[in-house]
Design a protein around this ligand. Structure first.
Ligand SMILES: Nc1ncnc2c1ncn2[C@@H]1O[C@H](COP(=O)(O)OP(=O)(O)O)[C@@H](O)[C@H]1O
Ligand SMILES: [Mg+2]
Length: 360
């Protein structure tokens, strides 16, 4: 089976690493000449709106999926005419736009921070008056790793901020004084069967994920599954979906969804019976889903800007390095490591050992 992937970054690369043993082949469409997934399959070097290459991809593969969500809706609609596309154009349309996404959460009774659609500086002033400060202004589309957003703490922060974010449609959100951030990686098959991985506790720095730790019997697991299950059903979703939550007052507030495999699920490659990458491929290909149970304790550390010396990373006990083969650049995700252990105390020590190797 040949899978077309829109996007050729590390997520595409890890999809191919998981799918190749299942006998799958891959073609990636990505406008970047140095797309790091290209080492694992064919690379169609083209823009996401390039209909000739999209047509070529559609003719050449059995189905198309995505490794990132900022694909124009027209691209997905165009592809869907010729080849099965999972997740659907509608799922992508909602997940790529923070206003549609949060409005869906609200309609489904899933708690969110207070939010308002912002089309102008005047809208922003009005929304700040009702939501209050601190608040976070985010572009509705194209934001990632904390890019395209600004925390507003004082009235001075509010003036001129709409232009600062590019005078594009934005969303204002109340700032959530969360006690923690967790994410739920879910997978839904074509026939509707749904499975969930254990909740992951995430630590961010400057909006970028640094550390994910898979939980054991998290008290909010059932609630997170209930919320995610509503979204999966609503979207008639096929594939892996990641759901980011704020933990607050002993409950959950929905932050965002990602219609794809997710950084906070990278630990599943070594830490779960079937990884998020393999399960995504199984789902979109109409194959039986694999077990989402974890194998012992696991944590994942991101390498941002550079990968530490390989010899140091793999010298840590039960530590598994993933080097994405990307050029090192400040603020860029260039690799990660998963550490595993039988018990949490040992895991915490291994995490500290890897952290000591990270310079930035
Ligand atoms: N409303 C909010 N209140 C508090 N912190 C927030 C809020 N929105 C975002 N953040 C912080 O910024 C991080 C990145 O924001 P997010 O909306 O998830 O954007 P991205 O698409 O960049 O992941 C979050 O993981 C969280 O740490
Ligand atoms: Mg996020």
């Amino acid at each position: 089976m040949k899978i077309g992937v829109i996007g050729g970054g590390q997520l595409g690369r890890m999809l191919a690493l998981a799918g190749t043993p299942l006998g799958m082949n891959f073609a990636f469409l990505d406008p970047a000449p140095d797309a790091c997934a290209a080492a694992l399959g064919e690379h169609l070097l083209a823009d996401y709106g390039d209909q000739e290459h999209l047509r070529q991809l559609a003719n050449d593969v059995d189905l198309v999926t995505f490794e990132f969500e900022s694909v124009p809706a027209e691209t997905v609609a165009f592809l869907s005419q010729f080849v099965p596309v999972y997740p659907s154009a509608e799922a992508l349309r909602i997940a790529r736009d923070r206003w549609f996404e949060k409005s869906m959460f609200k309609d489904l009774g899933i708690p969110t921070p207070a939010f308002a659609d912002i089309q102008s500086q005047a809208d922003l002033h009005a929304a700040v008056a009702s939501i209050g400060l601190p608040a976070v202004l985010k572009t509705r589309t194209l934001g990632y790793d904390g890019k395209g957003q600004k925390v507003l703490r004082t009235p001075e922060d509010v003036s001129g901020t709409f232009a600062e974010l590019g005078s594009v449609p934005c969303l204002l959100e109340g700032f959530v004084p969360f006690t923690g951030e967790v994410s739920l990686i879910a997978v839904r098959a074509r026939d509707g069967e749904t499975r969930f991985y254990p909740l992951v506790h995430n630590t961010h720095d400057s909006g970028i994920l640094r550390l994910s730790i898979a939980s054991t019997d998290h008290p909010l697991q059932a609630l997170a599954e209930d919320y995610a299950g509503r979204v999966l059903k609503q979207l008639d979703y096929v594939g892996v979906l990641a759901f980011e939550f704020f933990e607050v007052d002993g409950g959950l507030k929905a932050n965002e969804i990602a219609p794809r495999v997710h950084n906070s699920g990278h630990w599943t490659t070594e830490g779960a019976e079937c990884s998020q990458f393999e399960n995504h491929l199984r789902a979109v290909a109409g194959l039986p889903l694999g077990s989402t149970a974890k194998v012992g304790e696991s944590a994942m550390l991101n390498f941002i800007g550079e990968v530490p010396a390989v010899s140091g990373v793999i010298a840590v006990e039960d530590c598994h390095l993933h080097h994405y083969g990307k050029a090192f650049k400040a603020g860029r995700k260039v690799g990660h490591a998963t550490v595993r252990s039988k018990d949490r105390a040992t895991l915490d020590r291994q995490v500290k050992q890897v952290e000591a190797l990270i310079k930035n």
